[in-house]
Write a protein of this length. Structure first.
Length: 91
């Protein structure tokens, strides 16, 4: 059985278009508006940090990611710093 390569390439392109369209639809707010972002710097991740995330969530912010970083302490030592990124549809 011989498969036409142009048919196979067309099927792959159609499948990729469906996948990319569904991913794009998930990342777009319902009303078509763009996102606004908020970044909060935290020195530690614990119960206090989680409590502040819950406060942001009640205001309509959605947690996107937590980026680890380092901060120089007062005596030159490195201290952990976390940048917490939130997003919500522009209002």
């Amino acid at each position: 059985m011989k498969i036409n390569t142009s048919l196979l390439v067309g099927a792959v392109i159609a499948l990729a278009a469906v996948i990319l369209t569904s991913v794009d639809a998930q990342n777009t707010p319902a009303n078509g508006a763009s996102w606004e972002y908020k970044v909060i710097d935290m020195q530690g991740l614990g119960l206090i940090a989680v409590d502040s995330w819950e406060i942001e969530a009640s205001s309509g912010w959605e947690l996107v990611t937590v980026l680890p970083d380092k901060l120089k302490g007062p005596f030159g030592e490195e201290m952990p710093l976390y940048q917490v990124v939130f997003k919500r549809p522009k209002q």
